[in-house]
Design a binder for this molecule. Structure first.
Ligand code: BDR
Ligand code: CA
Length: 317
């Protein structure tokens, strides 16, 4: 199988960090060309610093990183110090000890790094957004011609039947619904790993111990990320394990056979006072609209956990 060239657009974040590491652990399947950063789980300064630290930890200071949007396209930022701290801590990536960044972001905006990477690639690029969709929407607004050079978008965001930031909306889509609307209307094929599937993609305490016992530095580091991140999932969300949402967007590309999905038309609610940021998923074409996304609804959880442990251990070899 030829490698899939990808750009990850992210806001690390524990699960973004794990998604990055997972992508690096699959060099035969994925070719990580660039990382673009958006504000989301923390301020842009912190999410950038976190991405640089994770890549430094992984010894991949060769991967270009660029800073992108520090706020949504049209709305004021909903980022409130304190609110997301509950989930990801003060730095956005609390928990394990980490090296200081060993390199700097490239001296260009995320938008320009996206354009450059897509233009320079001989093959179509797959985008993997795991934060608010502001940078990707900006790309489509500024360079709609480049949609033709995007193979597809494998994203974490949304949910058919549930929200996690409001009762109806998932965090990444809620932060910048207008950007999400532009992306979902772009015509580029989308695979949506929303809460329907990511809430099934959890790691139990026992599985996290199994990972830690592997003993390598990446295995222990990831187990410590999960130690911190899982507190929110157990204590606040009352989930049966640590939900590594963003990893699903990467895992889908490497191991699509463990996921099930349904083609849908997905629209983003922009106005509802209770429902802004909801992904309205229509599998039945009730309104005669074309399918624009494959919405993932299921994953073989035990296989996902096995593959995750294998991926993190592989980085230690
Ligand atoms: C999403 O929000 C963030 O907290 C996570 O990194 C993930 O991308 C889950 O709703
Ligand atoms: Ca994220």
């Amino acid at each position: 199988m030829p490698k899939i060239p990808i750009i990850m657009d992210c806001d690390p974040g524990h699960d973004d960090a794990i998604a990055l590491l997972w992508a690096l652990s699959e060099p035969e399947k994925l070719d990580l060309k660039a990382v673009t950063i958006v504000a989301g789980n923390q301020t842009l300064a912190n999410t950038t610093r976190n991405a640089l630290r994770v890549l430094t930890f992984a010894g991949r200071t060769d991967i270009p990183v660029a800073m992108g949007a520090d706020r949504p396209l049209m709305r004021p930022s909903i980022f409130e110090q304190g609110a997301t701290e509950m989930v990801h801590g003060q730095s956005g990536l609390d928990g394990p000890a980490m090296p200081e960044p060993g390199f700097e972001p490239v001296p260009m905006r995320a938008l320009d790094l996206l354009i450059k990477t897509i233009e320079e690639s001989e093959e179509k690029i797959t985008l993997v957004p795991t934060g608010p969709l502001t940078n990707v929407a900006a790309l489509f607004l500024v360079r709609p011609d480049l949609k033709a050079k995007i193979e597809r978008i494998s994203l974490m965001g949304g949910g058919s039947y549930t929200g996690n930031w409001t009762p109806a909306a998932e965090y990444n889509i809620y932060v910048d619904p207008e950007a999400a609307s532009i992306v979902f209307q772009s015509g580029v094929p989308i695979v949506m790993a929303g809460l329907d599937v990511t809430h099934q993609a959890y790691i139990t305490r026992e599985e996290n111990e199994e990972l830690r016992q592997k003993g390598g530095r990446c295995a222990v580091f990831t187990a410590e990320l999960i130690d911190f991140f899982s507190r929110y999932h157990y204590e606040v969300e009352k989930l049966p394990g640590c939900t590594i949402h963003d990893a699903c967007a990467v895992a889908y590309l490497c191991h699509p056979e463990i996921f099930t999905g349904v083609d849908c038309h997905v629209d983003i609610e922009l106005e509802g006072s209770l429902t802004a940021g909801t992904t309205v998923c229509d599998p039945g074409n009730y309104e005669g609209k074309n399918h624009n996304a494959t919405v993932l609804y299921g994953v073989d959880r035990e296989r996902f956990a096995e593959l995750f442990i294998e991926a993190m251990s592989r980085l230690d070899q």
